[in-house]
Design a protein around this ligand. Structure first.
Ligand SMILES: C[S@@+](CC[C@H](N)C(=O)[O-])C[C@H]1O[C@@H](n2cnc3c(N)ncnc32)[C@H](O)[C@@H]1O
Length: 837
């Protein structure tokens, strides 16, 4: 019925889909080359044909259909013209069936299953741009691949892009196909064709924006196409046209898509399955929890080197049982990376700067110099004269080369300052309750220089002004006593200003002379300094007034509780002169009959009391006598010890109140024995001398004063009628009634003293060993009143002259090492300053 239409196209349009397909399939199968497998369905038939073959067939069929007369078509069964077997009533051969006028819409539309995209593109181009005849011809002539691009007008560019879009969409549709894809695909292809046709029409109507959109869309649809026009396949196929210029306007928009277009690669593909997980990733926790854990740990970890605990939290003990033990570092480690602490308001100075009148008032002591004669072997070590005098060696005062000489601390400091932070070796830190502090970033040998204390050198009046006006409300002071009655104010100064006080310090602040100029510097103490230790020295702080006293928070065992002056050194550490004086004093006490020596000897070896055995009355009386005697002795010893303690307490109080002065005072509590065994006190004049010798020659002065002192005591004791002179030297006992008793003595206690006896006493008194046992003295000494008066007057005169001499002894004896010249000012004259050594 359909074949009766004259037009092949109308004929074909009247064919039902199935019929067309079926016919096509038969035709196809008859024309297919031997390599093809027999089709089991329409789709399969299509699948086995190569695209070129299909197109050839289509063209052939189309031509045949056009050429077939209508008469032939009137038969219900088409009779192929060239098939002779038909006349014999047999079933027409396959080749005869081939003459059926039909074509495959799928193939024409390029939506045939498994058709490669490249052919589809070509096919669509043909469909869009010409009739089916042209399509068939072109398809036969040239493969799409080899076609050379032709320059086209703008509209052609738009069509191109539309074609590309269509191709991509069709390919996508093909990929999405299901088992019922035949029908769906066809519908889709037809829809696409219609859609594209409309799109082209719209674009031709003048939509430049559409072209751009189309280009963009086509670019975004395919990852294979580059976003840039130069890289796009369409542009590579054709030369640049005016459309391209227009396209460049949209470069921005395209570049925006670059990011989007970039193919995303999964990090784990490159970096492994556990990428992004830190070493302690806990699989039981969520990602977020793990991240939070990591963050908290990162704060604590130091970033220098991974500590060995990461290599193994626990270690095997070396013992055979293989007991695990926790890893422990053998010593404290310190992270020496500099951690910069920023201090507000600190103006850094690297050397001293004179302020105001200080420069004019500064006097340089020309005499002040030192020279050493060390050998290269000694290397200016401990015995170097310059070192002892706290002078820096240089070419003028030392004959060694800088390499040989070991006494050039400031030169070393200068060298270290040019190096890195670790050479310099100190950094500011924050402390608890003491503000900033300084800690070591390296080790320092004992007595090695650490840092100079430099700042503004000001006069005392300027210091007072600053205290009243500028530092009135401050809690931290950076004032240090210096040379020439000047003060270093390190409010602007070196890092040494941050060094805190400690009652058990590890450093010392020492004045050193460098190139003839005094300098203050912090030196390591005798223990040296370890890396990470906080640097401290004893401020020997002078708070100036009670209200300025600050609490000390050094936290050491021997903390004094306040920032105050250094305590006096204990007796063992006193100078030779102090020891000498103490020794003399002790001897004097012995000489005077103090119970100390005795009590000590008694305490060490108590006298054993003899006990008589037996029950007789005589034995009991004897034992009672012995017990009474022992009790007496014990009472004596106790009383003497008590009085000694009181005396020494008074002595200390006196020393405190009148330091460095010789003073006379009465000691009412030195006990002596009466003949009868009762205890009596005598007033003894003693001279208290508290002195620490510093200067050469001072010792001589002290010796002299001590000798005078001893003489005075001997006279005094002789005057007071001390018993103890040997019987051979003892003066004869006066018998006159006119004898006058001494003020200080009781009736029996004063010895008779003659000038001769005095002389001999003063000469020999020191050597004597006195026996204080009352029983050994048969006759109590008595004092001749007149002679006693005269003798006393003489003795008093002597004592007075001795005191005057002592008072005139030089006072410049400070608590510094003997022989080392130190000249710090008296603390009382300055407000709240720290003092060096
Ligand atoms: C020379 S500054 C030391 C640096 C000071 N910590 C700072 O933050 O600038 C002296 C001041 O530090 C404080 N200081 C130093 N050592 C101290 C200690 N052991 N106890 C309490 N305060 C101390 C006192 O306030 C003192 O006046």
């Amino acid at each position: 019925m359909a074949e009766r239409d004259g037009s092949p196209l109308s004929t074909s349009s009247m064919l039902s889909n199935n019929a067309v397909q079926h016919t096509s399939a038969r035709a196809t199968s008859s024309a297919s080359p031997p390599i093809s497998t027999p089709p089991t369905s329409l789709d399969d038939g299509a699948s086995v044909m190569s695209e070129i073959t299909k197109l050839e067939q289509t063209t052939e069929l189309y031509e045949e259909a056009s050429a077939t007369p209508l008469a032939d078509a009137q038969d219900s069964t088409p009779l192929p013209a060239h098939d002779t077997s038909n006349s014999e009533g047999r079933r027409p051969s396959r080749s005869s069936r081939k003459s059926v006028i039909t074509y495959n819409v799928q193939i024409l539309a390029g939506t045939a299953i498994h058709t490669p995209t490249k052919y589809l593109e070509k096919h669509h181009t043909n469909v869009l741009h010409g009739s089916l005849e042209e399509l068939a011809t072109k398809s036969n002539d040239t493969p799409a691949k080899k076609r050379t691009p032709k320059p086209k007008v703008n509209a052609t560019g738009a069509i191109d892009s539309a074609e590309e879009q269509l191709a991509a969409e069709t390919a996508q549709a093909l990929r999405r196909r299901t088992s019922s894809r035949g029908t769906d695909l066809r519908k889709e292809a037809l829809r696409n064709l219609t859609g594209v046709g409309e799109a082209v029409a719209t674009s031709l109507a003048g939509g430049k924006s559409f072209v751009s959109k189309g280009l963009r869309r086509s670019a975004s649809d395919s990852h294979l196409k580059s976003a840039t026009s130069s890289a796009s396949p369409s542009s590579s196929r054709r030369p640049r046209t005016t459309t391209d210029t227009a396209d460049e306007d949209d470069t921005d928009a395209t570049s925006e898509q670059k990011e989007y277009l970039k193919p995303k690669t999964k990090a784990w593909l490159k970096q492994g399955l556990y990428v992004g997980q830190h070493r302690d990733f806990d699989a039981r926790l969520s990602e977020t929890q793990n991240r939070a854990k990591k963050r908290s740990r990162m704060k604590k970890e130091s970033g220098v080197l991974p500590l060995p605990m990461f290599a193994g939290g626990r270690l095997l003990n070396e013992d055979p049982r293989h007991v695990y033990r926790h890893f422990k570092l053998p010593f404290d480690t310190y992270n020496p990376l500099p951690r910069k602490v920023k201090v507000d308001g600190w103006v850094k100075l690297s050397k001293n700067r004179f302020i105001g009148d200080a420069s004019a008032l500064w006097k340089r002591d020309k005499q002040d110099s030192s020279q050493c004669y060390c050998d290269p072997e000694d290397g200016c070590g401990e015995a170097c004269h310059n070192r002892i005098m706290a002078y820096e060696c240089d070419s003028t005062n030392c004959r060694l080369t800088p390499e040989e000489c070991g006494n050039r601390p400031f030169a070393e400091l200068k060298r270290r300052g040019k190096g890195n932070g670790y050479d310099y070796g100190v950094e500011v830190m924050e402390t608890e309750g003491r503000g900033y502090g300084v800690r070591a970033m390296r080790t320092f040998q004992p007595h090695q220089i650490i840092v100079e204390y430099a700042g503004e050198i000001i006069t005392q009046s300027e210091c007072e002004r600053r205290m009243k006006q500028i530092y009135k409300k401050d809690k931290c002071y950076y004032l240090m006593s210096f040379d020439n009655k000047m003060i270093i104010d390190a409010t602007r100064g070196t890092i040494a200003r941050f060094v805190n006080h400690s009652c058990e310090p590890n450093c010392e602040m020492i004045k050193w002379t460098f190139g003839g100029e005094p300098r203050m510097a912090l030196f390591a103490g005798s223990r040296g300094v370890m890396t990470g230790e906080e640097l401290t020295y004893d401020y020997n702080f002078d708070p100036f007034s009670q209200k300025n006293i600050q609490e000390c928070r050094c936290g050491t065992e021997s903390c004094r509780g306040v920032l105050g002056p250094k305590p006096k050194k204990p007796v063992e550490e006193r100078s030779i002169a102090s020891a000498f004086i103490a020794g003399t004093k002790r001897k004097l006490q012995d000489f005077l009959g103090s119970g100390r020596a005795r009590s000590e000897s008694n305490a060490d070896s108590p006298k054993k009391r003899k006990i008589y055995m037996g029950n007789s009355a005589t034995t009991k009386v004897k034992n009672l006598d012995a017990a009474t005697k022992a009790a007496h002795e014990q009472a004596e010893v106790d009383a003497a010890e008590h009085s000694r303690q009181i005396a020494s307490r008074e002595d200390r109080a006196l020393k405190r109140s009148s330091a460095l002065t010789a003073s006379k005072r009465l000691r009412p509590t030195i006990m002596r024995r009466t003949v009868k065994g009762s205890l009596k006190s005598t007033r003894t004049t003693t001279v208290s001398l508290q002195r620490k010798v510093v200067k050469p020659g001072a010792l001589k002065a002290v010796n002299k004063s001590a000798r005078m002192h001893a003489a005075a005591r001997r006279i005094n004791s002789a005057m007071n009628g001390r018993k103890g002179l040997a019987p051979s030297k003892r003066p004869s006992t006066p018998t006159s009634d006119s004898d006058v008793k001494d003020d200080d003595s009781d009736e029996d206690t004063s010895p008779n003293i003659t000038p001769a006896s005095l002389r001999s006493a003063s000469k020999d008194g020191r050597k004597r060993v006195f026996n204080f046992d009352s029983d050994s003295q048969a006759t109590p000494p008595r004092l001749n009143a007149k002679r006693g008066e005269a003798t006393r007057a003489t003795a008093v005169n002597k004592i007075r002259s001795t005191q005057q001499k002592l008072a005139s002894t030089p006072r410049s004896l400070h608590d510094t090492g003997a022989g080392v010249k130190k000249s710090f000012h008296p603390a009382q004259s300055r407000p709240r300053t720290m003092r060096g050594r």
